[in-house]
Design a binder for this molecule. Structure first.
Ligand SMILES: Cc1cc2nc3c(=O)[nH]c(=O)nc-3n(C[C@H](O)[C@H](O)[C@H](O)COP(=O)(O)O)c2cc1C
Length: 217
């Protein structure tokens, strides 16, 4: 039987991406402030399941103030400036989201709104992104993901959507140390992360960088 084709992320790691400095930089943030958040634990699991050709840096959105255009016009808060710089210097973005009332969390929307402003300085513009969710319910945050993805499209992000990572019954999927124990969830995460990194490598290796026009929102 023919050997299966190696994913691009692995092939490039074997050849050109052998230095740590050349790794694809993924910035991850969770849409929950909770200390023992399942979605923060998902990010932790993701850092172990990412292809070797990539590295994950985490950003904690705790402390981002409520969006207020008056505040913005007097100067962007320091934590927001740091968030925007982290997004802009990343090659790709990974967001884990809880589900609140069949949508994603208000703190996540607030953080995204800040990073999309001021007008014409949307830090997410043109970035590849993947979304995952975890919730104790049987639907695992699928409604939250759908709504979040609509917003990410409006921000002109490139969503890598398959396979969907929806960790339902999350209260039974992590051990006492917060390690993700569910074999299927880990397998889906590994594939989605590999797809995100492969797509990002394709984008960043284009001879002609993609034109990223300012957007209207
Ligand atoms: C205001 C609120 C609304 C919620 N609505 C939903 C919901 O619609 N669907 C769901 O599966 N879980 C819902 N939950 C439960 C969350 O999924 C659960 O608290 C989860 O642990 C939050 O994610 P985290 O662990 O990352 O903080 C809700 C929780 C809160 C606080």
């Amino acid at each position: 039987m023919k050997n299966p084709v190696q994913p691009l992320s692995q092939r490039l790691f074997d050849t050109t991406h052998t230095q740590v400095g050349n790794r694809i930089k993924v910035l991850g943030f969770a849409g929950s402030l909770r200390k023992n958040s399942y979605n923060k634990l998902l990010l932790r699991a993701a850092s172990r399941l990412l292809p070797e050709s990539a590295q994950l840096e985490l950003f904690d959105i705790r402390g981002i103030p409520l969006y207020d255009q008056d505040v913005q016009e007097h100067g962007i808060p320091e934590i927001v400036q740091r968030f925007k710089e982290k997004i802009e210097s990343a090659d790709a973005i990974l967001i884990t989201t809880p589900e609140y009332n069949h949508s994603y969390s208000g703190v996540l929307k607030n953080a995204i709104d800040w990073a999309s402003r001021p007008y014409g300085h949307n830090s997410f513009n043109g970035k590849p992104v993947a979304v995952m969710s975890a919730a104790p319910g049987i639907f695992g945050g699928v409604a939250a993901q759908d709504q979040l993805k609509q917003v990410l499209l409006a921000l002109n992000m490139h969503i890598v959507a398959q396979p969907a990572v929806i960790v339902a019954s999350a209260d039974r999927k992590f051990d006492v140390n917060g390690e993700l124990t569910d074999v299927d969830a880990k397998q889906f995460m590994r594939r989605l992360l590999a797809n995100l990194v492969d797509f990002t490598i394709r984008l960043t290796r284009l001879d002609e960088p993609l034109r990223v026009f300012p957007i209207s929102t």
